[in-house]
Write a protein that binds this ligand. Structure first.
Ligand SMILES: [Zn+2]
Length: 163
C-alpha cells in the first residue's frame, strides 16, 4: 500500500531539500571587500563582518532545515509521518501544509520553546575582542575599585600638592 495522502507534501520537501543541498555545496563565505585592514574606516570592516555573520546564520539555518526535511521524509518512508512524536496524536493537516517538517502537534511544537543555543553571532563577537568581559567579576567594594584605578595615577601625588 502506498501512502498518497502526503504525496504533495513529500514532493514539496524533496524539492526544498534539493535546493538547500545544492546551495550548501556551492556556497562559499563572502570575500572581504578590502585587501587590507590597514587604512580602513572601521565601518567598512563592520560591513564585512556583518556580511559574514549573516551568511553564517543563513548557513546554520540551512543545515537545520536540511535535517528537518530529512527527518520528515524518513518518517513518511516508515509511515510515522503526520503523527506527533510526543503524544502520538494526528498532526492537523493545516499545520503540515504550513510546516511540512513538523513532527509534533502544536502543543508539543519545539518552535514554541525558547531556543537553548545562543545566536551564532556571539561566537564571532567574542572571538574578536582581546579583552573578554569577565562577568563573574562584580564590584564588591567601591573603595578597592578606587585604589585599583589610583595605582594608574591620580592628581593627588606629592607633585600635585605643590602650589
Ligand atoms: Zn503532541
Amino acid at each position: 500500500m502506498t501512502n498518497t495522502k502526503y504525496e504533495s507534501l513529500k514532493n514539496q520537501m524533496v524539492e526544498e531539500l534539493f535546493v538547500l543541498q545544492g546551495r550548501k555545496y556551492t556556497h562559499e563565505l563572502p570575500e572581504s571587500t578590502e585587501l587590507s585592514n590597514y587604512d580602513n574606516h572601521p565601518a567598512d570592516q563592520a560591513t564585512d563582518l556583518t556580511d559574514q555573520v549573516t551568511e553564517m546564520a543563513i548557513e546554520d539555518h540551512n543545515d537545520e532545515q536540511i535535517e528537518k526535511l530529512q527527518a520528515a521524509l524518513q518518517s513518511i518512508e516508515d509511515g510515522s509521518y503526520g503523527k506527533c512524536t510526543v503524544c502520538g496524536e494526528d498532526i492537523l493537516h493545516d499545520r503540515l501544509e504550513v510546516m511540512p517538517t513538523a513532527l509534533t502537534c502544536v502543543d508539543h511544537a519545539p518552535e514554541n520553546k525558547v531556543p537553548k543555543d545562543r545566536p551564532v553571532e556571539e561566537e564571532v563577537l567574542n572571538a574578536s575582542t582581546e579583552q573578554p568581559v569577565n562577568e563573574s567579576r562584580a564590584i564588591v567594594d567601591y573603595e578597592d575599585s578606587f585604589q585599583e584605578v589610583e595605582s594608574y595615577g591620580s592628581s593627588d601625588s606629592p607633585a600635585d600638592q605643590i602650589e
